[in-house]
Design a protein around this ligand. Structure first.
Ligand code: MF3
Ligand code: CO
Length: 253
């Protein structure tokens, strides 16, 4: 599939999807507390998305059974919400969600703390978020895709962290996953040239220990192979001739 360049009309719809998604994730960050279940998070998230007349894009995507991916501690991504999984003080929780507004997608993730967390956990969360911002310094027309990938990886590795290789960021638009793939590791080739109107979901997944991951028997939940903590931070971004526009950090709702 060729990489699509979005029209102004399409970008307006993605912008709206991005605002609604950011509002949803902010709502979840405020609501999260020890004693609630990961299923409670999914309920609040789905209700918030639907309150805007939007559709949660993850629900039933390749059979995924919920609207919000809730991944706790050593879970990297795609944790399945569960009434029996109760959040504890000290957990770190990755919240990943997707919104469809009038046929256009936004995709974003945040890792948040439950109550007081360890200094090590805080550092992993902060570095993972900063990995995204290191990457988007290169997210502009004329640069190549690997400029972003390399910047994310170099920053994470400078802290001795493991960069997940089995899952990658992606183009986004009328589909949740479009070309190109956006790895968080150095591809050792330039990759495609970035053009204005490309929309990318850039999503570092960073482990405190090894980069290696495993899949649980539920066929979804990805965990670190060594049981160390993992964090995830993602936004949907528009490539322009200047600064990129981050659709899913728009606080105007
Ligand atoms: N945010 C994830 C991604 O970027 C999507 C989760 S997969 C799903 O690929 F099945 F839960 F939708
Ligand atoms: Co994504």
């Amino acid at each position: 599939m060729a990489v699509s360049i979005k029209s102004h009309r399409e970008l307006d719809l993605m912008r709206e999807a991005g605002k609604i998604l950011n509002f949803t994730l902010r709502t979840l960050e405020k609501e999260i507390h020890p004693g609630m279940s990961t299923w409670d998070i999914d309920r609040i998230g789905e209700e918030t998305i639907r309150s805007f007349g939007c559709v949660p894009s993850f629900l039933n995507y390749n059979g995924y059974p919920a609207s919000i991916c809730v991944s706790v501690n050593d879970e990297v991504v795609h944790g399945i919400p569960d009434k029996r999984h109760i959040l504890q003080e000290g957990d770190i929780v990755s919240l990943d969600a997707g919104v469809i507004y009038k046929g256009y997608h936004a995709d974003a993730a945040r890792t948040v703390a439950v109550g007081e967390i360890s200094a090590d956990a805080r550092k992993l969360m902060d570095v993972t978020k900063q990995c995204f911002f290191e990457g988007i310094k290169y997210a502009r027309a004329g640069n190549h895709l690997n400029d972003i990938c390399k910047a994310v990886a170099n920053y994470a590795e400078s802290f001795g962290y493991g960069v997940v290789r089995d899952l990658v960021g992606h183009g986004i638009g009328t589909h949740l996953h479009e070309d190109p793939e956006v790895p968080n590791f150095n591809m050792n080739r330039r990759g495609m040239r970035l053009r204005p109107g490309m929309t990318l979901a850039i999503e570092p997944m960073i482990n405190a220990g090894t980069w290696e991951v495993e899949w649980l028997d539920d066929d979804w939940t990805v965990v670190t192979a060594d049981g160390a903590l993992s964090a995830h931070y993602e936004n949907t971004v528009l490539i322009t001739n200047g600064e990129p526009e981050i659709f899913t950090l728009n606080d105007s709702l």
